[in-house]
Write a protein that binds this ligand. Structure first.
Ligand SMILES: [Fe+2]
Ligand SMILES: [Fe+2]
Length: 265
């Protein structure tokens, strides 16, 4: 078996193939990890935002589209996919932890080092083992169809860490729509704040906090954990009241509409 990393785009089934799309994202991830390593403490924040927007939709689409296919076509698909789901789970937990750690502290630097290490392990497992196995079992025409499905799902998937949500269908699929709306609204607000929000900083901070609380409320609904393997399960703390969701959903819908009028740089 040859690693996906050592194959040309033509060998992977062309640009449409899910393997070529994965290879492109993994190269982009490598670039972001190098930028993160060289960044000052303040410069880490925009790089991390870019990293989250790449990594979480990418992994969500793997968990909801690709790994179920791997479990169907490979006799040891269950063990293979569980290993990468555990890596994804660790990434979700590390990023959640990072958000509560002060910039520049040894704990945060250690969490960042481990994050880079797990992401690189995940890429190696996929490119060297899982994807060559998929390539052996699945014709090129299906690799291209999987590429389209994976791309469509990744474009509408959540962009933030959600460690409590299942790493498998149906829980992660049920969680996708509300979390995507909340996460992508948070992304826009954080992007504005990082560019400098001036007098609106306080209001934007409050809106971001409301969206974060709403996302946590969504995560705590039991339906979001359906299908989870026990090894990737996190027992949630008692969640915020469900009534919060109604208000937060309004914020989530209103913010993108308001921001759509704002000129982008
Ligand atoms: Fe991947
Ligand atoms: Fe992955």
């Amino acid at each position: 078996m040859r690693s996906v990393a050592d194959q040309s785009v033509a060998e992977l089934g062309g640009r449409m193939s899910v393997l070529a799309r994965q290879q492109r994202d993994h190269v982009q991830l490598d670039g972001l990890l190098h930028r993160l390593r060289d960044a000052s403490h303040e410069e880490q924040l925009p790089v991390l935002l870019d990293l989250y927007r790449l990594v979480f939709p990418h992994a969500f689409a793997e968990e909801s589209v690709l790994w179920p296919v791997m479990r169907r076509v490979l006799p040891d698909g269950e063990a293979l996919t569980l290993q990468v789901e555990q890596e994804h789970q660790e990434v979700n937990e590390l990023v959640t932890r990072l958000e509560s750690l002060e910039l520049g502290t040894p704990e945060r630097e250690a969490a960042l080092d481990r994050l880079a290490e797990v992401l690189r392990e995940d890429v190696r497992d996929e490119e060297d083992e899982l994807f060559p196995r998929l390539q052996e079992r699945v014709p090129v025409s299906q690799l291209r169809l999987l590429g389209i499905a994976w791309e469509v799902v990744s474009r509408v998937a959540p962009t933030r860490a959600h460690p409590i949500v299942a790493r498998r269908p149906p829980g992660n699929v049920i969680a996708a729509l509300p979390l995507t709306i909340l996460d992508r609204s948070r992304d826009r607000l954080d992007g504005i704040r990082l560019r400098g929000a001036g007098p609106a900083e306080g209001a934007l901070h409050a809106a971001t906090a409301a969206l974060t609380r709403a996302a946590h409320a969504v995560e705590h609904h039991p339906a979001m954990r359906r299908g989870e393997d026990p090894s990737t399960r996190v027992d949630p703390q008692p969640g915020p009241p469900w009534a919060l969701l109604g208000a937060a959903a309004l914020v989530a819908v209103a913010i993108p509409i308001a921001l759509a009028r704002r000129p982008q740089r």
